[in-house]
Design a binder for this molecule. Sequence first.
Ligand code: NAD
Length: 390
Amino acid sequence: MKLNRKLRMGMVGGGPGAFIGEVHRKAARLDGGIELVAGAFDINPDKSKQMGQELCLDAKRVYSTYTEMIEKELKLPAEDRIDFAAVTTPNNWHFPIARDLLQAGFHVMCEKPMTLNVQEARDLKKIVTKTGKVFGLMHNYTGYPMVKLARDMVRQGDLGNIRKIVVIYPQGWLATAIEKTGQMQASWRTDPKQSGGAGCMGDIGTHAENLSEYITGLKITEICADLTTFVKGRRLDDDGNCLLHFNNGARGVLHASQISIGEENGLAIWIYGENKSLEWHQEHPNYLYVKEADSPLQVWRRGNGYIAAKSKAAARATRLPSGHAEAFIEAFANTYCNFADTLRAHLAKTKPTDLENDFPKVDDGLRGMLFIDTLLTSAKSKSKWTKMKR
Ligand code: NAD
């Protein structure tokens, strides 16, 4: 039997002026199946209260710290307490918060990169396995319908053997030392204690890595990385260029940058197979370009019947008819939708369908941390090519 009620959501992070917490709140609530009922929204307890008021939450369920949230939610009757919490804090907090939530019996949706380092990622994987709780990781770019279509085209063999993958993620917002002005998002992202061993590569390079593996189903096996810090005094990379080897012999190029002036959120991917090639741009997400030798360029457009015929996952991830643009929040919401349906199945002691179970999990988070660790080793080494750690 399907569970027929709204899921109750708590949130850690996402206080006044925070970036991604608000996106989580909008996305989780987009389809009406999730209700935000509690939170510890800010490192500053007063700001957490302020956020709770702005969100019109019951003041008793707006907490000063995440530990208080866990403690007090556990005291509520099971039918009132949160089912899961979203972790939307800076990276250094992901592990302790996710760990404590899981161990207290709550399910978790966590931001990326999953942890601060590989050891925490391995530990978190063990905790997810041991507790049996549902754990989602917000690699939201896999939530786009046309990304799911691309993955299904690869799965259905349309491209043939994949030979080459090019994935880029240029941004320009860290081209100057805005962290020195106190800019909230820049301050922690450029601090190794809060961000982890990599800056730009941890922040957005991991999205590129995850996207390439999600669409192709391939695994990166070796990395040759060149990392640079262009902005004086900054302690972490703000630009990185990697060559990749994949487990089928495919070759890859991955570049991520936060000093590429004029670039906004330019994630894009090209996948070249023996028979066909694909191209997708995050800033124009409703279109997937399909190329064949000696043929005109095809533009597959979201929301059309031929998309649904080709990819059930793309159809499921589509809300509006063609031509009515969908984008970032909807892709986030798709990740929430699949996470929530899987959680509903879990709570009803049934199995989620493959379509429902299609969202990033703890293994993707561990791959992301291994990717960071391997590229840091490669960037420092003279021999450069470094086997992807396991
Ligand atoms: P931010 O600085 O805008 O917001 C962080 C919020 O967390 C702030 O409100 C801060 O007070 C709060 N916070 C910090 N420590 C806390 C604690 N212990 N308890 C409760 N609240 C706490 O940061 P952001 O840009 O929103 O990034 C947050 C996370 O989301 C990061 O891990 C980042 O990598 C990730 N992120 C992901 C995406 C994506 O596309 N998936 C995009 C942006 C950010």
